[in-house]
Every structure is written in structure tokens, then in C-alpha cells.
Ligand binder design. Structure first.
Ligand code: PFF
Length: 442
């Protein structure tokens, strides 16, 4: 058995966690969720969901991960031997694979847009670029295949170190590019309506479904409820502060989402696109922004390269959960696990991709295939995983062990431990169950 590795420094932990958290969820999913769920009121609910539900789950997952020093399945077997808790581990193997299948479709859209940027397609009239692309059969499928192949390639080659070095450059670059595009977007005529839309809440828009979506977005964006944070925390050293690492990760993730919101929404209004457009919103809006910029093509190329890297650091963390499980628990080789799992993910992803074109008429519970998987994973499976993690830490683990993890053996957070434990034991599980119940009833 190989000795388990540990992250070298506190910065490395935060960067790895932020690398998983910051991705398409911030740049693609957050703006379209805001637009579909009524704007500023959704953002307030989202903030509340991050602080009250998501952060405690982050701490709970990280506590399990570091205490056990194992993958999800192994962690449950170690901390709760002979109990049915190990089946939670299985849930967290299936969910990331489902999530990756449609994540890879959107990653493919970014691949295709990078190609379009390189061939100077974002000039002149850009309306119709996205709808023509998405409703076709082969182009999005090929793009999905390329993105998934890149993800599998990174996992196979094990160039994690390279990717980490790369992200150290690309993440700050993404941040600067977003700021530049945002400042430019705000100069477009009509854009201030978009700013208003983001800051003036209309509380009549809040419904059970909106609350469920806000919770789902918090889980999606912070990579919670499916064992990613648990696995990463299992590589943390004992003297590192789980609570502050989680808070930094959540803060940078929120910052990226808000910046993306302020890039996209003003441009949505300037271009006359409906904010409630759905999953294609960002990909309809960006070509318009780039077509209006003098140096649009250069910015577009840089932008899609960095988005692609941000998406890859998230997608590899999704595939790695399943691969680690197959290797450690089933004894498969790394190569076989990667290829078999990627093939399964490709098939489900292909169905999601085709659901915008030839399979548009196929509905599951009234939703297209892509939307069904997206909502099922983020609004139900991820919060369910998170709920089980908080119950495990809040009610199954010994309080002294939880204290030991969250205070790093009494080194940090001694004063706030009581409050954090209360959030994990009562507030987060009750909140998730309440959102589940209201959503089922309404
Ligand atoms: N948090 C990622 C994003 O916002 O793009 C998506 C994600 C990655 C979700 C890893 C879950 C996960 F385990």
C-alpha cells in the first residue's frame, strides 16, 4: 500500500479546493440560475444557502475526510465499521459521474467557443451562433467528446502537478479578464438595467422551487455533498485549519460567481436577450460582448482558454472520485477504471447534448434530458449527500472527535466551535429537510 500524500502547504490546500469549486458553476451556471429564478432575490437566498447550509457541510465533509484519511467509501468503513454508512460512499461515487456527464457537455461548449474565437467567428451579427450550434447533432457531440477526452487524458497521465502549476497562472488571469470584460460590459448602452436586476430584490419572486435552486447552486458551486471536499481534506495535514480553509474557498468561489453575474447580466440586457433563457444564456451573451470589443478576438481566446482550464480542474476532481473508488475498492487498474467510467459518462452526456437538438421532444418529469440531470443532481442528490454527511458528523461521530478535527487539536477556533457544531448538528440538516419538503409539496 502506498503511503498517502499530503498537501504541502495551506495555500496548496486552498488552491486545490478552490480549483474544484471554481469552474463552470460560477461562470456558466450561476448567471443562468439567477436569470431563471428572478434576479436579486435569488442571490440573497443563494448567499444564505452558502453560509447556513453549504459552509457547515464543507466543515463536516472536511472533518470526515481528514479524520479518516481515506476516500469516501473507505472513510465510512473506517469511522463507522460494520454499519450501513458505507452505502453513503456509493451514492457519492454515482453522483459525480452523473454530474460529469452533463458538465462535460458544457465544457464542450467552451471547447467549441474557443475554436470559434480562434477562427474569428465573433464579429458582425452574432445572434443565432449558439442556437445553430446547440441544435445541431454532431458539433456539440464532438466538442463533448474532446472535453471528456481531455479530462480522461489528465487523469490517465497523472499530470495533476502540471495542472496545479497551470492553474496558479490561469486563475489570476481569469480573474483579471473577468474584471476587464465587466468594465467594458458596463459601458454598453442599456447595461445598467442588468445591474439593477442584480441588486434590487423582488421578494415576490421567492418560491419553494427558487429556494431549492438556490440551495442546489450552493452545493454545485462549492463541490459539496459528493465526496470531493472529503477526498481533498483527506490529504490535509493535522495542523491545518479546516474552518479557515473552507471559508477562504467559499469566499473566492462567491467572488467569482458575483463577478460573472456582473459580466453577463448587464450584457444580457444590452443585447436584448431574455434573462430567463436557461442553460444557453452565457453562451448567447458572450459572443455579443466580444463582437462589441475592439480587441474582442484576443480577449475571447484568452477567456475561453482560462474557462477551459477552470472547467478541467473541476471535471478531473469529478472523475477522480469514481476512479479512486474503482482502483482502491475494486482493484481495477487506473487505466481500465478511467476508460470504462469515461465511456459510461460519454453515453449519458451524449443524450444530454442531443436533448437540445434531435432529442428535444424527450421529457423526464416535464424537463429535457439535460435539465433533468442538472436539477436532479444539484437540487436533490448533492443536498442529500450533504444531509447525510452532517448527520454523520453531528449525530454519529463523537463530539470530542469532531472538536479535535475542527479545532485542529485545540489550536484554532476554540471559541467558535460551539456555533459551528450547532450549525452542523441542527441548522444545516433541518434547513435541507425543510427545502426538500416544501419542494415536494409545492
Ligand atoms: N464546483 C464546480 C463548478 O462550480 O464548476 C463543479 C463541481 C466540481 C461540482 C466538483 C462538484 C464537484 F465535486
Amino acid at each position: 500500500m502506498q503511503k498517502r500524500e499530503h498537501f504541502g502547504s495551506r495555500l496548496a490546500v486552498i488552491l486545490a479546493m478552490a480549483g474544484s469549486a471554481i469552474g463552470l458553476g460560477n461562470i456558466w451556471r450561476f448567471p443562468y440560475q439567477v436569470g431563471q429564478n428572478g434576479g436579486a432575490a435569488f442571490i440573497l437566498l443563494y448567499l444564505a444557502a452558502c453560509l447556513v447550509l453549504a459552509l457547515p457541510i464543507f466543515f463536516a465533509e472536511a472533518a470526515i475526510g481528514r479524520r479518516s484519511g481515506s476516500n469516501v467509501f473507505g472513510a465510512m468503513k473506517k469511522l463507522a465499521p460494520g454499519s450501513p454508512w458505507k452505502w453513503v460512499g456509493l451514492l457519492t461515487v454515482i453522483t459525480p459521474l452523473l454530474l460529469l456527464s452533463y458538465y462535460s457537455v458544457v465544457g464542450g461548449w467552451a471547447v467549441d467557443y474557443l475554436y470559434k474565437a480562434c477562427t474569428f467567428s465573433f464579429s458582425g451579427n452574432t445572434s443565432g451562433i449558439f442556437s445553430n450550434f446547440i441544435s445541431s447533432t454532431w458539433e456539440p457531440l464532438i466538442a463533448h467528446t474532446v472535453f471528456l477526452a481531455l479530462t480522461a487524458g489528465v487523469i490517465l497521465m497523472g499530470v495533476k502537478k502540471g495542472i496545479e502549476k497551470f492553474t496558479k497562472i490561469t486563475m489570476p488571469m481569469l480573474f483579471i479578464l473577468i474584471l476587464v470584460i465587466m468594465l467594458f460590459g458596463l459601458t454598453l448602452p442599456g447595461s445598467w438595467k442588468g445591474v439593477e436586476y442584480l441588486v434590487k430584490p423582488d421578494f415576490s419572486k421567492i418560491t419553494a422551487e427558487v429556494a431549492a435552486s438556490a440551495m442546489g447552486q450552493a452545493f454545485f458551486s462549492l463541490s459539496l455533498g459528493i465526496g470531493t471536499i472529503l477526498t481533498y481534506a483527506s490529504y490535509m495535514k493535522k495542523d491545518e485549519n479546516i474552518v479557515s480553509s473552507g471559508t477562504y474557498t467559499a469566499f473566492s468561489d462567491l467572488l467569482f460567481a458575483f463577478l460573472a453575474g456582473f459580466v453577463i447580466m448587464p450584457a444580457v440586457f444590452a443585447a436584448g436577450i431574455a434573462p430567463s433563457e436557461g442553460a444557453g444564456l452565457v453562451f448567447e451573451t458572450l459572443p455579443y460582448i466580444f463582437s462589441q470589443m475592439h480587441t474582442g478576438s484576443v480577449v475571447a481566446i484568452l477567456f475561453f482558454v482560462t474557462i477551459l482550464v477552470a472547467a478541467l480542474t473541476s471535471s478531473i476532481s469529478l472523475l477522480e472520485v469514481g476512479v479512486a473508488y474503482m482502483v482502491e475498492e475494486k482493484g481495477w487498474s487506473r487505466r481500465r477504471s478511467t476508460l470504462v467510467l469515461a465511456a459510461g459518462v460519454w453515453v449519458v452526456g451524449a443524450l444530454c447534448s442531443l436533448s437540445f437538438g434531435p432529442l428535444e421532444g424527450v421529457k423526464i418529469l416535464g424537463l429535457g434530458i439535460f435539465d433533468f440531470f442538472d436539477q436532479f443532481c444539484s437540487n436533490w442528490l448533492m443536498p442529500l449527500g450533504g444531509l447525510l454527511f452532517t448527520i454523520f458528523v453531528g449525530w454519529y461521530m463523537r463530539k470530542a472527535d469532531v472538536r479535535d478535527e475542527l479545532t485542529s487539536g485545540g489550536r484554532f477556533n476554540r471559541r467558535i466551535f460551539g456555533a459551528v457544531y450547532f450549525l452542523i448538528r441542527y441548522v444545516a440538516p433541518v434547513g435541507i429537510v425543510m427545502v426538500f419538503i416544501t419542494n415536494l409539496i409545492f
